[in-house]
Design a protein around this ligand. Sequence first.
Ligand code: ACO
Length: 428
Amino acid sequence: MADGTAKLALGDKSFDYKLMSGTVGPDVIDIRKLYADADVFTYDPGFTSTASCQSGLTYIDGDAGVLLHRGYPIGQLAEQSSFMEVAYLLLKGELPSADELKTFNNTITRHTMVHEQLSTFFRGFRRDAHPMAVMVGVVGALSAFYHDSTDINDPVQREIASHRLIAKMPTIAAMAYKYSVGQPFVYPKNDLSYTGNFLRMTYSVPAEEYEVDPVIEAAMDKIFILHADHEQNASTSTVRLAGSSGANPFACIAAGIACLWGPAHGGANEAALNMLREIGTPDRIPEYIARAKNKDDPFRLMGFGHRVYKNYDPRATVMQKTAKEVLTKLGVTDPIFDVAHELEHIALNDPYFIDKKLYPNVDFYSGIILSAIGFPTTMFTVLFALARTVGWVAQWNEMITDPAQKIGRPRQLYTGPTQRDYVPVSQR
Ligand code: ACO
């Protein structure tokens, strides 16, 4: 590479490709003309070296353990900001003024109710359905309820759909929970915060008054901030890919929820807590560490490792502190917190984990907090989806307005049979 150009030598031919620089982070080689020039594709399963788009939302330096939203470090946002403020920041690019925040809060609050017929839609699901299955179905179905905000070429409709998705997600998530436990749905209440409202819709019953606990509300808000966006991860890339065909935003977010459900992605917090419970006591940790290191055993330490972070996940730092605060406030002495601490300590000093740069990720401690608050494990990924909707929506909007945007259509290295003639079934 020289002078901002990458040279590709193929046989006796050579091709030049321009380097593009962002504001920070590695340069990228613009290979858009590669196939036309050289009749070859690049091969990158898992997109480990591929930038799929330009984005101004979130920056991660995985080696340094840095996560910035629109330039602001995640630690500062989690400690000093609110989820609504972060949502505004991701959507609009700048932190809001007090008036802007008030208006935004008001707009979101006034979109929290869902079409009344949506509650009958819920009743088609089995009570024991996984709430993520319900979320995929119900969020996808929003496009059948809100026709007036599905024209992606109209900026006003895009904005309304964005507000609707962010506002209705807590209502739908709480309804999914209520449906699973057989309790009546609770309508939103406009004098509560976004997060307080969600807690009330989840935990209150019509038979008695419910007061939102400010410590739990603050912890939950922090958890939402920590999950709001994370660059071009699998579910966000799914949302972008679905949206690249011109699909409506409700369908795109439903696709993101489906992707998030997997245990290698959003499902990891559920898997991490289940693992900690299975370990049970610190004396069993060495057995699990040995299993994680054994190549013949498919077991992995859930909540450990990350495609991008090769350092401590900065979200895990805040999560660990919040876990302590919540357990103290609730007076919960959960032995799995000690197991988590000890497991982290042992793993961080083990050459296998040191060499492979495997550190706790955001999911390692989040399950402990959510469980202490009272969420069943099946709801963990739903909460992740609720928070990530802000990032998905912001990334979707960025994609729609990007002049370089095209339908996402990767190519392949074909390894199947070459052309052959069809043989009628009687001759096979
Ligand atoms: N426990 C034990 N070994 C691990 C772990 C783990 N949690 N994670 C990775 N490794 C090992 C792999 O076996 C591999 O070893 P090898 O090089 O000898 O073959 C090496 O570390 C690299 O792992 P890959 O799977 O190639 O890394 P990749 O970037 O593809 O995977 C992933 C990242 C999926 C997050 C992985 O670390 C994992 O499965 N972790 C557990 C699940 C989890 O916590 N997911 C949450 C991610 S964060 C989020 O979505 C919010």
